[in-house]
Design a protein around this ligand. Structure first.
Ligand code: ACO
Length: 324
């Protein structure tokens, strides 16, 4: 049967870096010590006004195509996971499709907040497995800086902007690389948790974009307490265990959430890829940004078993297991 194999990976971060100390110097009542101790975040990248989500996503997509040795015309599916689209419509994915010069196939946005990239990988995998597409660009791109209430120190210090992308290619599960590809994915949501993490605007409410609101402690508790179910299910579905993992690449929200989850699952700390210190929480972009970092510094190699996992507003959550 057909497998969705990762053939390229890329990322893009805005040039402007804002450190914790920069935030404190700009008048936010916080400190490097507080932010590092509670979250592990030391800095984040912030987009300029002209660097919209589609601009960041297009750059990440180009980098992924370059690594794959493919041209835009080889792509027949573009999925962009984002909660910060350039416009309400058309989708950011179609803007990226046009910017890349892709005229065929189909493109759409996928909105599952911080879990968006995992949802997008699972979705692309289904299209590739059933013959609905041959090569997919799966992008996570966000400009959360535009949703932040810069007067609210409990949220504004946590997030950053950026984009990452992978190219998935449908391959017959035969030959020497037969075990490569997306081995399992598991998605969940529970809309009863809406009030714990949401944006207080939108076309159906205030008519403005709105700002991010969060009950940090509630999110923390759920992230550590409940999210491991999808990871355990992905292990079960693929007949693998934590010992088989080469790398655990979770959504990068908070160092404490990540380490507590890894400990609970019996995943050794040295297998955990951490970028939250440099990127902050970039929502749907955080996993492909972390994949790209671990790929480029030589950690993730062909044949490695990699678990990705995320939780976001809704709540939405999910995990996917890939053999790189
Ligand atoms: N700088 C300094 N002090 C601060 C800041 C800040 N930026 N923010 C809050 N404080 C203060 C609070 O006002 C409070 O002061 P008080 O005791 O005088 O009232 C004190 O620090 C402790 O605040 P808490 O909210 O209890 O701090 P907590 O230890 O819970 O840490 C945090 C807050 C980091 C948000 C934590 O709850 C957390 O990590 N939650 C997870 C949220 C998350 O990662 N969300 C990401 C989006 S969702 C996702 O991606 C999964």
């Amino acid at each position: 049967h057909r497998r969705s194999v990762v053939v390229g990976c890329g990322a893009y971060l805005p040039e402007t870096v804002v450190t914790n100390t920069d935030l404190a110097e700009r008048g936010i009542e916080t400190s490097d010590e507080w932010i590092v101790q509670r979250t592990g975040i030391r800095q984040r990248h912030i987009a300029r006004p002209d660097e919209t989500t589609s601009v960041l996503g297009t750059r990440a997509a180009r980098a992924a195509l370059d690594e794959a040795g493919l041209s835009p015309a080889d792509i027949d599916l573009v999925i962009c996971a984002t909660s910060t689209p350039d416009h309400t419509f058309p989708s950011t994915a179609t803007q990226i499709q046009a910017a890349l010069g892709i005229e065929g196939g189909f493109a759409f946005d996928l909105q599952a907040v911080c879990a968006g990239f995992v949802y997008a990988v699972a979705t692309a995998d289904r299209f590739l497995a059933t013959g609905g597409a041959k090569r997919a660009l799966v992008i996570g791109a966000e400009t959360f800086s535009r949703l932040l209430d810069w007067e609210d120190r409990t949220t504004c210090v946590l997030f950053g902007d950026g984009a990452g992308a992978i190219v998935l290619e449908a391959r017959d599960g035969e030959g020497t690389n037969a075990d490569r590809g997306v081995l399992a994915s598991c998605l969940r949501s529970d809309g009863r948790h809406r009030a714990k993490l949401y944006v207080d605007g939108g076309p159906g409410s205030t008519g403005t974009t709105g700002k991010l609101r969060m009950e940090g402690r509630e999110v923390f508790r759920f992230a550590v307490g409940s999210v491991t179910d999808v990871i355990e299910e992905a292990f079960r579905a693929s007949g693998t265990t934590a010992d088989d993992l080469a790398w655990f690449v979770p959504h990068q929200a908070n160092r404490r959430i990540i380490e507590a989850s890894a400990d609970k699952l019996g995943i050794a700390r040295e297998k955990v890829v951490l970028t939250v210190d440099r990127h902050g929480n970039t929502s749907a972009a955080s996993i492909p940004l972390a994949l790209d970092a671990a790929r480029r510094d030589g950690r993730i190699r062909e044949g490695d078993l990699v678990m990705i996992e995320a939780i976001g507003g809704g709540f939405t959550w999910g995990a996917a297991l890939l053999r790189w």
